[in-house]
Design a protein around this ligand. Structure first.
Ligand code: PLP
Length: 399
């Protein structure tokens, strides 16, 4: 019999599964351009590596306090003040083994069976599945491309019920690249003021990658009076090219941080002590590498969007943040591939691109919306050029 927790969720996280398929095909000798990756291809900056080496050499190799070392929690407080102008105390922040773990524990700590969690498409793949794992019910608001895939105040107001426990908002957004403006966040906050039972999870993990002179605005900046109902999710993975170190954090009200801490004490005990020491250098140290990475991603975005605009049948909104282009493939549906089969769904498109062009991508359906495909530009220029050239060639052969 399938255990009850597993019965609530039916799949491996889809972008991880897509990446694993690429590894398998490459091991079989296939030449695949991998546009599925949800992580920087860059190395962790040198000063962060130094901090980790020092931690290892000086015996900083033991369990730490569950919520994170005092030094790390201070560094998180410093980061929130420096980057976001927010005032948090150390007992309002918690470190975890990735931002994903904080999301997981926060929902596990607060959801009762039947509680609703509002998410908006395209959503990050894990929100609905983590919600289900905790016995909650995802309430999905369908996003609209013509609206830049942004949740509006009116849509939120309609979706809230007495059972709503959380709204999850992600800006900059994975996969759409949408970045909310101050006014858009304020309009959403106004709705939340009318519904005091709703908590808000603001996933800001891509905050450093915002393009075209825009800036990231934390939800707490937009609604300081709601600070006690907001959990900020952030971490070292994306901004500091540290996905493998598994270090994320949450910032929120003390009662919630303490509840998350209880769950952490029963699960992972604490994040790796070495990763915590590295993250102190990341959050409180030199920020120059982050700015350099942001400029690099912006150049890659421009390269990829320029090349994709020449591929027949595709359309997209240029992303303002994160490192993905969320492509509408409707223009390809109904076309015939050289072997004679018809492209009827986005899954057919993804399979065609993988099998005929050797380019791996992720289905929009994984993000709750069709017919779209996510392409990551967190790869070098040559990879982007090669992958887009292959897509163009493949799409030009359709009849
Ligand atoms: N939130 C979003 C929107 C993400 O894309 C990811 C990772 O892909 C995470 C959270 C979790 O990141 P991590 O667990 O590496 O901190």
């Amino acid at each position: 019999m399938v255990p009850i927790l597993l019965a609530r969720i039916f799949r491996t996280e889809p972008s991880i599964a897509a990446n694993a398929l690429v590894a398998k095909l490459r091991a079989e000798g296939r030449d695949i351009v991998n546009f599925t990756v949800g992580e920087p291809d860059l190395d962790t900056p040198a000063h962060i590596l130094d901090a980790a080496s020092k931690a290892m050499a000086s015996g900083d190799t033991h369990y730490t306090s569950t919520l994170g070392t005092p030094a790390l929690r201070e560094a998180i407080v410093t980061k929130l003040s420096r980057d976001n102008g927010l005032d948090y105390s150390v007992d309002e922040v918690v470190a975890g083994t990735g931002g994903k773990q904080i999301i997981f524990e926060a929902l596990a700590a607060t959801l009762n069976p039947g509680d609703e969690v509002i998410v908006h498409t395209p959503y990050w793949v894990s929100y609905p599945d983590i919600t289900k794992l905790s016995g909650g019910t995802p309430v999905v608001i369908q996003g609209r491309e013509e609206n830049g895939f942004k949740l509006t105040a009116a849509e939120l107001d309609q979706a809230i019920t007495p059972k709503t426990k959380w709204l999850i908002l992600n800006s900059p957004n994975n996969p759409s690249g949408a970045v909310y403006t101050l006014d858009e966040l304020k309009a959403i906050a106004q709705v939340l003021r009318d519904h005091p039972h709703v908590l808000m999870m603001s996933d800001e993990i891509y905050e450093h990658f915002v393009y075209g002179g825009r800036s990231h605005i934390s939800f707490v900046t937009a609604a300081p009076d709601l600070k006690d109902r907001i959990l900020i999710i952030n971490g070292a993975s994306k901004g500091y090219a540290m996905t493998g170190w598994r270090l994320g954090f949450g910032a929120g009200p003390k009662w919630l941080i303490a509840a998350i801490g209880k769950l952490l004490s029963q699960s992972t005990t604490c994040p790796s002590s070495i990763s915590q020491a590295a993250a102190v250098a990341a959050f409180a140290g030199d920020q120059t590498p982050v700015k350099a990475m942001a400029s690099l991603y912006e150049a890659r975005r421009d390269l990829m969007t320029g090349l994709l605009s020449e591929v027949p049948g595709l359309s997209f909104t240029s992303p303002d943040g994160a490192f993905y282009v969320f492509v509408n493939v409707e223009g390809l549906l109904g076309k015939k591939i050289p072997s004679g089969s018809l492209l009827s769904t986005e899954a057919d498109v993804v399979r065609f691109w993988l099998e005929d062009a050797g380019v791996a991508t992720v289905l929009g359906e994984a993000y709750g919306i069709s017919p779209y495909v996510r392409l990551s530009f967190a790869s070098g220029e040559q990879v982007i050029q090669e992958g887009c050239a292959r897509l163009r060639k493949a799409c030009e052969c359709l009849s």
